[in-house]
Design a protein around this ligand. Sequence first.
Ligand SMILES: NC(=O)c1ccc[n+]([C@@H]2O[C@H](COP(=O)([O-])OP(=O)(O)OC[C@H]3O[C@@H](n4cnc5c(N)ncnc54)[C@H](O)[C@@H]3O)[C@@H](O)[C@H]2O)c1
Length: 357
Amino acid sequence: MREYSIAAIPADGIGPEVIAAGVTVLESLQKRLGDVRFNVETFDWGSAYYRKHGVMMPTDALARLKTFDAIYFGAVGAPDVPDHITLWGLRLPICQGFDQYANVRPTKILPGITSPLRNVGTGDLDWVIVRENSEGEYAGCGGRVHRGLPEEVGTEVAVFTRVGVQRIMRYAFRLAQSRPRKLLTVVTKSNAQRHGMVMWDEIADEVSKEFPDVTWDKMLVDAMTVRMTLKPQSLDTIVATNLHADILSDLAGALAGSLGVAPTANIDPERRFPSMFEPIHGSAFDITGKGIANPVASFWTAAQMLDHLGERDASARLMRAVEKVSGVGIKTPDVGGNATTKQVTDAVVDAIYSSNE
Ligand SMILES: NC(=O)c1ccc[n+]([C@@H]2O[C@H](COP(=O)([O-])OP(=O)(O)OC[C@H]3O[C@@H](n4cnc5c(N)ncnc54)[C@H](O)[C@@H]3O)[C@@H](O)[C@H]2O)c1
């Protein structure tokens, strides 16, 4: 029996709904496969914890999480707690504390899901966006002086280090190399940002020499939005800075049908620490508690987690089940269906049990 310890942090809004659905699906895989066990421990950290204790998670949180094989995260954000507190109090300290520097965001149009792009269907859009996840525009470097006075100043400094850029470029080139098309697009903004972004371009060029079999090109981030929309077939693996990839991957999620199907993995490629798996979406106040949150992003990120743990068979089974269910039209309202979270989850569980592959 192969056993894995998983720390679940459902947190806020629809986070608990989609993580509960994901845990149900993991349990069904465990039963179906018989030789693997997922020991899930759930932590109640998030905005409710903050209202009670004044912090989003306890001070020893990272020490406790460190003992797990992986972290399965829902979403943070509440209408009555400022976003910079929720984000910097929970999600970012985990990503940064565990040096999860590669944020991996696959996007494709699942069967049965209609892209808002005309004439673009399953197979036309199949990307993986690699987001630098440890520095850049979200390094947290900056400050405010003369608060509240007319001369107040706020700075937000983007920090790019040679080590940081080199390691994300290597990760992206290696990932591109492992995919059939061996195609990488490096997103930049070196026309307007002439320091960090020019270094980013130079390091991409240097690292590319280590991967002669990968075809790569460079795109300014503004032009990239146009290419993603008008020529989605021309892209495969994409690498971008923390901010650029944050924005581009929301666009990618929307082009693939809904944010509700978009997953992400925060990976420590060196495996010194547990990696963290989560849907891209936030806590979605508008649909919280209605039972209609799309659980597909949380299933897909669970599949990424299984892959990372080396459980490739379980991962492939889960994705086959998800694609089968979306293909027969069992879908939540955000992707044009009328099923509930529970109905989609039950259908995926059934597909896992009934599959003989
Ligand atoms: N990683 C995170 O935890 C994360 C990411 C983004 C936003 N947030 C936070 O979430 C809160 C709400 O942010 P927002 O409204 O900008 O983004 P959001 O992702 O929560 O919602 C955007 C829209 O997408 C829809 N949506 C999102 N996930 C869905 C799902 N699974 N099924 C169906 N529809 C879905 C929502 O209903 C909403 O209309 C804010 O506090 C924000 O800071 C957190």
